[in-house]
Ligand binder design. Structure first.
Ligand SMILES: *[C@@H]1O[C@H](CO)[C@@H](O)[C@H](O)[C@H]1NC(C)=O
Ligand SMILES: *[C@@H]1O[C@H](CO)[C@@H](O)[C@H](O)[C@H]1NC(C)=O
Ligand SMILES: *[C@@H]1O[C@H](CO)[C@@H](O)[C@H](O)[C@H]1NC(C)=O
Ligand SMILES: *[C@@H]1O[C@H](CO)[C@@H](O)[C@H](O)[C@H]1NC(C)=O
Length: 442
């Protein structure tokens, strides 16, 4: 089955909405949104925040947003499953990642003199691409114009990087490659440019300069993959950032707030709890951790150990992901958490469902604390990270869901970004550990 056939209609709708409402004006325009990035820290905006050019121009109701994000997550899970199932590592975008709708975006400057582009931040992706001017079929209003830059270089066909892209071909000595996605094909030239991330120049950054999209569309922004593969940003900036970065995602309730992406070891929190990062050789870009249990209130709920066990051969285990919105737990784990949650909220209250959520209430509730237990680190989630409220305040849902019943993602627990908001998540790859600390990222 290709992903195209399994995309839900509402996802496609969302996608076309996202593509239609792109203003031609400069991105991130208001005064508030224009605050410059400093040092090695970039502001992180939610893709629907008032600071984002990708927000819908008409307000969308809360329920619609929920449903859209939920359906978006289903595509994300399929994407993650495709990574897990992959047998060899393809560092630059293999077709399936193309139709991703990113959740968080950062600003980057590319070229000399610098051109500002928005890039989606994705911890489960190694790829880097930018829509380039002259692109046929690109939906973006902002394209990178290589002819205006003095530092742009095509990557030669003989270069080792050219071996790492899918379907490489050689046009006039330069390395080109094609990505296929269902009926659509994306053609790009492998290129090098000076990338500025906040105040840090990354010379000769290798990325795909997209020149042609046929039979479909791409998300309009570039992609900044923060995975660990050979062509990823981390691999390309070893000496600058030492494979260390952290982010703090802004609260879903405070649309105007920006979070931050802090690159490199400098300025990272000292007081932070760590758990070990696990490596899945089948997909080294995913950040696996060892989740050993979940506590609801004071009670560690009954989850069969197999539901949490790390298994590189099946892809089972737990990952932290910046691109999934709602945490997914494998069926038995979700059921155990949900049942205890319902019991603690009050067995006499009527439970309803909304979109993909099966535990919603139309009266105010007092939610029990939910604590994720990792080896060496317990993370207690505050209520904002567990519940999602309707704007009118009339409906409140447990903001988690069960993993799909079938396929690779049925065995994958995904700690998603609503659960990560207002925490700093530190990826310390040299020490093979992931840190979590509460932080108000406003
Ligand atoms: C890539 O696509 C172009 C047309 O867009 C085609 O001419 C070329 O042969 C393709 N290359 C590969 C390696 O598939
Ligand atoms: C790659 O670069 C060449 C030379 O500038 C250009 O003719 C071609 O269209 C580019 N291909 C893509 C896919 O951007
Ligand atoms: C967010 O910013 C917009 C304009 O920049 C403003 O109209 C709106 O009131 C702000 N919202 C909040 C919740 O501060
Ligand atoms: C995490 O919580 C569990 C269950 O309450 C407890 O047994 C364990 O000692 C805690 N671990 C840490 C690192 O605090």
């Amino acid at each position: 089955m290709t992903m195209a056939t399994s995309l839900s209609p509402s996802l496609l709708l969302l996608f076309s909405i996202a593509l239609v409402f792109i203003p031609s004006a400069q991105a991130l325009s208001s005064k508030y949104c224009d605050a410059p990035d400093k040092g090695s820290t970039l502001q992180v905006f939610h893709v629907y925040s008032p600071c984002s050019p990708f927000r819908a121009s008409k307000p969308v109701s809360w329920e619609d947003t929920i449903l859209q994000m939920e359906s978006k997550d289903q595509a994300r899970l399929q994407y993650l499953a495709s990574l897990v199932a992959r047998k060899s590592i393809v560092p630059i975008a293999s077709g399936r990642q193309i139709l991703q709708i990113p959740t968080y975006i950062v600003r980057a400057q590319i070229g000399t003199p610098p051109q500002t582009l928005l890039m989606a931040m994705d911890t489960s992706n190694d790829a880097a691409w930018v829509p380039c001017s002259g692109c046929e079929g690109c939906s973006s209003a902002t394209l990178f114009d290589a002819t205006k830059s003095t530092t742009f270089k095509p990557v030669p066909c003989q270069s080792p990087q050219c071996q790492q892209v899918p379907n490489p071909s050689c046009g006039g000595g330069a390395c080109s490659f094609n990505l296929t996605y269902g009926g659509s094909t994306v053609a790009a030239n492998l290129s090098q440019e000076t990338l500025m991330l906040a105040a840090d120049p990354v010379p000769s950054y290798t990325f795909g300069c997209i020149g042609k999209v046929t039979g479909g569309s791409l998300p309009p922004q570039g992609l900044l993959g923060l995975g660990r593969g050979p062509l990823s940003l981390l691999s390309q900036t070893q000496s600058l950032y030492q494979s260390t970065f952290s982010y703090c995602l802004p609260s879903f309730k405070s649309a105007n707030f920006s979070g931050s992406l802090r690159l490199g070891p400098i300025g990272q929190p000292k007081r932070i709890k760590y758990t070990q990062l696990l490596r899945n050789p089948r997909r080294s870009s995913l950040y696996y951790v060892n989740m050993i249990g979940i506590r609801v209130g004071r009670r560690v709920v009954d989850i069969p150990p197999s539901a949490l066990a790390f298994d590189p051969s099946t892809g089972a285990g737990t990952i932290f992901d910046s691109g999934t919105v709602y945490t997914r737990l494998v069926q038995p784990a979700y059921t155990a958490v949900r049942d205890e949650f319902r019991r603690r909220v009050g067995a006499n209250l009527t439970v309803t469902s909304l979109g993909g959520f099966d535990t919603c209430y139309s009266v105010p509730i007092v939610a029990p604390a939910v604590t994720l237990l990792f080896s060496g680190m317990n993370v207690t989630l505050p209520p904002d990270n567990i519940l999602i409220h309707s704007s009118a305040g009339s409906t409140t849902c447990l903001a988690m869901a069960a993993a799909p019943a079938e396929g690779v993602s049925s065995v994958l627990n995904v700690i998603a970004n609503l659960q990560q908001q207002n925490h700093r998540i530190l990826f310390d790859i040299p020490n093979s550990r992931l840190g979590v600390a509460r932080e108000s990222c406003t």
